[in-house]
Design a protein around this ligand. Structure first.
Ligand SMILES: NC(=O)c1ccc[n+]([C@@H]2O[C@H](COP(=O)([O-])OP(=O)(O)OC[C@H]3O[C@@H](n4cnc5c(N)ncnc54)[C@H](O)[C@@H]3O)[C@@H](O)[C@H]2O)c1
Length: 374
């Protein structure tokens, strides 16, 4: 059932501030991606260049937690859909990883290389403070560890910082993906030996690069791409990788495709050209549509649901908020459960002839409904 919530207002932190925050839940509710979000906020500060959407999907399991993406979406609607899909994914991610958090995510509409000024981040910190604990954030595409530290100096609800926090989540996300990718390989081939296994990695940013390091150490052959050609060149030198163009990676002949850039890359348009046995990577919302997982299944391609395999970062930053504070060893023990969780999903999906992401979503829903019922 669709609930369209009454708009709410937030108290201004400072009467002089140029930041305006509005409740755009009714506007979001008109979109297919809405999926019954609890609240969607829009923060705008023309003087400081901020346009930010904070999307809170579901807080049944706990307060909303999810990173902030800085990306120059072409339209406001595209940014809003991105935020909605990302925050819903965070709800599922927490539920599957047994973390006590709800799903939330933020999108700042800006080019992180040219428009992410200290003034913009100041305005965003003010927005986070005004949300007053409804939403905890951290790194995502376009928001670095230094940015997270900058925000944390101004407002408390920022995780994954060096300011008393757990630090950069990306290597932990990459490690969880590495373990999950091996679990998929073992499920498919009966062995998780990576020697000579060809992995096509799309996106050589914080997670993609760290994943390549682990894969390379275990003897995988890397085929890489990035829209930043310099990153691909660096990977050639560091890992002996083969670099291909951004459009070529989707049909590259490999054993595994690891999407580690943005979402929507696995779609009914791209699936026919995929030349791999497994899709396992860090990107959020890899599938353009939930139903696309069935097309993968029909092509015999094993899909590791994104919010299961990439939960390492959430587990790490979320552990900061555990009673007693951050304990890295405890967080890593949880990350090491990702392969078993995935294997269980693969088995259930195969036994019922269902796509893996259907099974994962079902498990997440069951946990949320059980918590709602108390
Ligand atoms: N950082 C984390 O801990 C974390 C946790 C969970 C999920 N994720 C997801 O993993 C993905 C990567 O995150 P990140 O933190 O490494 O981001 P990042 O910004 O550090 O890296 C993204 C990289 O992808 C490249 N890229 C963008 N579009 C591309 C395209 N079309 N083709 C090839 N390359 C392209 C960028 O140039 C950049 O190098 C994102 O989808 C993110 O939401 C990240």
């Amino acid at each position: 059932m669709l609930h369209v919530r009454e708009p709410r207002t937030l108290k201004k932190q400072n009467a002089e501030s140029t930041l305006e925050i509005s409740d755009i839940t009714p506007e979001a509710a008109r979109l297919e991606a809405y999926d019954d979000h609890e609240r969607v906020w829009f923060g705008r500060d023309d003087e400081r260049g901020l346009k930010a959407i904070v999307s809170i999907h579901n807080t049944v399991l706990g307060p909303a937690l999810g990173g902030t993406r800085v990306w120059p979406h072409e339209t406001f609607e595209a940014a809003l859909i991105d935020a909605l899909r990302l925050s819903r994914g965070m709800t599922y991610k927490s539920a599957i990883a047994h973390m006590p958090f709800g799903g939330g995510k933020a999108v700042i509409i800006a080019d992180s290389k040219t428009q992410k000024t200290p003034a913009l981040l100041e305005a965003y910190a003010e927005m986070l403070a005004a949300l007053d604990g409804q939403y905890y954030t951290g790194e995502d595409v376009g928001l670095t560890l230094a940015d997270a530290d900058f925000l944390r100096e101004r407002t408390p609800n920022v995780t994954g910082t060096t300011k008393g926090g757990s630090g950069n989540p990306s290597p932990v996300t990459a490690h969880g993906c590495f373990l999950g990718l091996k679990a998929a390989l073992a499920y498919r081939r009966g062995t998780d030996t990576l020697t000579g296994v060809r992995v096509a990695v799309q996106g050589l940013g914080s997670v993609g690069w760290a994943l390549c390091e682990e894969l390379h150490r275990e003897g995988a052959q890397l085929i890489v791409t990035d829209i930043d050609a310099a990153a691909a060149e660096k990977a050639k030198a560091a890992f002996g990788a083969t670099a291909v163009g951004p459009d070529e990676i989707l049909s590259a002949k490999a054993d595994i495709f690891a999407p580690c850039a943005l979402g929507g890359v696995v779609s009914r348009e791209t699936i026919p050209a995929l030349n791999v046995e497994i899709v396992a990577g860090s990107a959020n919302n890899q599938l353009a549509r939930h139903e696309d997982a069935r097309l993968l299944m029909e092509r015999g391609i094993l899909y590791a649901p994104d919010y299961v395999i990439n939960a390492g970062g959430l587990i790490n930053v979320g552990s900061e908020l555990a009673p007693g504070g951050y304990d890295r060893a405890a967080a890593m023990r949880k990350v090491e459960k990702i392969p078993a969780t995935l294997t269980d999903i693969f088995q259930r999906a195969e036994a019922r002839n269902r796509p893996t992401n259907d099974v994962a979503a079902e498990i997440a829903h069951e946990r949320i409904e059980a918590a709602r019922a108390g």
